[in-house]
Design a protein around this ligand. Structure first.
Ligand SMILES: NC(=O)C1=CN([C@@H]2O[C@H](COP(=O)(O)OP(=O)(O)OC[C@H]3O[C@@H](n4cnc5c(N)ncnc54)[C@H](OP(=O)(O)O)[C@@H]3O)[C@@H](O)[C@H]2O)C=CC1
Ligand SMILES: CC(=O)C(=O)O
Ligand SMILES: [Mg+2]
Length: 553
């Protein structure tokens, strides 16, 4: 039966609601399927079955997961044609529930599990993977900080799977080039350890020394078994996230980046670039005068702040001046340099210019800092209270409020509330998706400040350029490419991120920019691409991008 690869134009048609059309005929398995079954009917059946599960997202997750296993191309065709509907089911927020319930809903292997008991023979475990030569991108978690849900141990595997589904749908990685990995170094989660169905090792987490030994062996083995792979670290607890990024980003034989530190930094910088312009247009304030207050100083908060500093340095401020535009609050209050036993990752941003009594309350800190932007990466549901948001609106004609914690149940505030409390003035982005909200007869659209907008493009550009390392400049430029990708229509709608339906095209722009920077920094190894200008790099990325095949006629 004739099949054809979906072209970008064809898929754009699907995005516009055309679904799978024109009507394809039956599949080759003549006799094994009912006579009238064809891909078009199959597509409609899948959507009908999915939607019949109503408001039960975990059931939808399980359904989609099974679909991916028995008809991968249909899964991706459905995902790509219905991003705003399906993405929240395979990614945040539902993936959070999938992780919490993983040991109960597990059905089939979908990735590699490497446990501390494999120490000494990790290579042998990696060699079990069936598509060794094809593997190009891996998401590796140790399950120790899954979204804002804490230590979930081996139940963190769905986060690696979900991110890689977005690599495929978002950037066009071939499915067989993706490799989900969950490292099992034990768990300190008592609920898991007490659960008779828990699928991980029934032991506490190993100490840092043993983890270092394990990780060194793991990274060596990865480079040997998968020499062409790019490694994304995901959802390691904050101390380990910084530690392993530093340990491997310039030394590992395969390129490495940390999504929570660098991917989140890039996506928030991008949203902030667009938000600050809108906010400054309303206030007349110079872009260099923005003041950013972070609630949460973990890997995500500090990673984002480091990236947001380049917003200021790109305006011509020095590093010190850029740093002075940023304040942090953690569980003990505003972070100041005189606080004893400050954790290493908090020292850089600790304020040296405050000497009063410790400030602990968000309202008092807003009064003191007078921020133009409030960024939440705290895992604290509802931490941006009505009073705090109203105060931001008193201080700013258009306050920037980014409650970025995931999943949605941990969001620092809801979109609807932020709109009402600011009388529609807020410039808003959240980590997990919210629906548009109509207020006083006008429809408002929330932004989704989630690293899913950048990691597919960073990974695709990195792999196409065959980069040796993922450099800070590659990440920063991914962010700027995302910021620049807004169309006039999106700007007119007041958006600060492109529509999710355009994620594939946006990823191509990011990938092309990442390749360009990899070349500039001489970390690329794909020599023929060096002769291409930016337009040709974009074309090259588009051509390499995978689309699900569906029968056409
Ligand atoms: N939108 C996106 O793309 C992304 C979102 N995230 C989200 O960011 C969140 C944080 O991740 P990560 O940084 O790794 O996690 P951590 O747990 O390392 O950091 C949480 C931070 O919040 C602080 N905090 C906790 N409770 C309070 C409180 N009551 N008041 C003030 N601060 C508090 C903690 O303080 P202390 O240091 O004192 O413990 C810590 O600094 C998660 O929900 C995650 O899902 C992460 C990556 C990407
Ligand atoms: C989105 C993401 O990476 C996180 O919440 O950890
Ligand atoms: Mg993460």
């Amino acid at each position: 039966m004739p099949t054809r690869i979906l072209t970008p134009e064809y898929v754009n048609g699907i995005f516009k609601g055309l679904k799978i059309s024109p009507e394809p005929k039956a599949e080759p398995a003549h006799g094994l399927t009912p006579p009238a079954l064809n891909k078009s009917i199959q597509y409609k059946r899948c959507m009908l079955q999915l939607r019949s599960k109503g408001d039960r997202p975990l059931e939808k997750y399980i359904f989609l997961s099974s679909l991916k296993q028995y008809d991968e191309e249909m899964f991706y065709a459905i995902l790509m044609a219905n991003m705003p509907e399906i993405c929240p089911l395979i990614y945040t927020p539902t993936v959070g529930d999938a992780c919490l319930n993983f040991s109960h809903i597990y059905r089939k292997p979908e990735g590699l599990y490497v446990s501390i008991e494999d120490k000494g023979s990790i290579k042998n475990v990696l060699r079990v993977w069936p598509h060794k030569d094809k593997a190009r991108i891996t998401v590796v978690t140790d399950g120790s900080r899954i979204l804002g849900l804490g230590d979930l141990g081996v139940n963190g595997m769905p986060i690696s799977i979900g991110k890689l589904s977005l690599y495929i749908a978002g950037a066009g990685f071939k499915p067989e080039s993706t490799l989900p990995i969950c490292l099992d170094l034990g768990t300190n989660n008592a609920k898991n350890l007490d659960d008779p169905l828990y699928l991980g090792l029934r032991r506490k987490r190993v100490d840092d020394k043993e983890m270092d030994e394990f990780m060194d062996e793991f990274m060596h083995a990865m480079a040997e078994v998968f020499p062409n792979i790019l490694v994304q670290f995901e959802d390691f607890s904050t101390d380990h996230a910084f530690h392993y990024l530093e340990r491997y980003q310039n030394t590992a034989k395969v390129p490495v980046f940390n999504d929570d530190i660098q991917g989140t930094g890039a996506v928030v910088l991008s949203g902030f670039v667009n938000a600050a312009k809108l906010s400054s247009e309303a206030s007349g304030r110079d872009l260099t005068d923005h003041r950013v207050l972070f609630l949460g100083a973990g890997s995500a908060g500090v990673g984002v702040a480091k990236q947001v500093m380049s917003f200021f340095t790109l305006q011509g401020l020095s590093e010190e001046e850029a740093k002075s535009r940023i304040w942090f609050i953690d569980s003990q209050g505003m972070i100041t340099a005189d606080r004893p036993k400050l954790q290493a990752h908090k020292i850089y941003f600790a304020r040296k210019d405050y000497s009063g009594p410790p400030l602990k309350n968000l309202l008092d800190i807003i009064d003191y800092v007078k921020p133009t932007a409030l960024v939440g990466l705290s895992t604290m549901r509802g931490a941006f209270t009505k009073e705090a948001v109203e105060k931001m609106a008193e201080l700013n004609p258009r306050p920037i409020i980014f409650p970025l914690s995931n999943p949605v149940s941990l969001s620092e505030c809801e979109f609807k509330d932020a709109i009402e409390w600011t009388d529609g003035k807020v410039i808003f982005a959240s980590g997990s998706p919210f629906l548009p909200y109509t207020y006083k007869g006008k429809e408002y659209y929330p932004g989704q400040g989630n690293n899913m907008y950048v990691f597919p493009g960073i990974g695709f550009g990195g792999v196409l350029s065959k980069c040796k390392h993922v450099t800070p400049s590659m990440v920063e430029n991914a962010s700027l490419a995302l910021a620049e990708s807004l169309t006039q229509e999106e700007r007119d709608m007041g958006l600060i991120y492109p529509k999710l339906t355009r994620v594939r095209e946006v990823s191509m722009q990011i990938a092309a920019r990442v390749i360009h920077v990899a070349q500039e920094e001489h970390v690329d190894r794909n020599a023929p691409l060096r002769h291409m200008d930016d337009e040709h790099l974009l074309e090259f990325a588009r051509k390499r991008s995978w689309y699900p095949r569906v029968p056409s006629s």
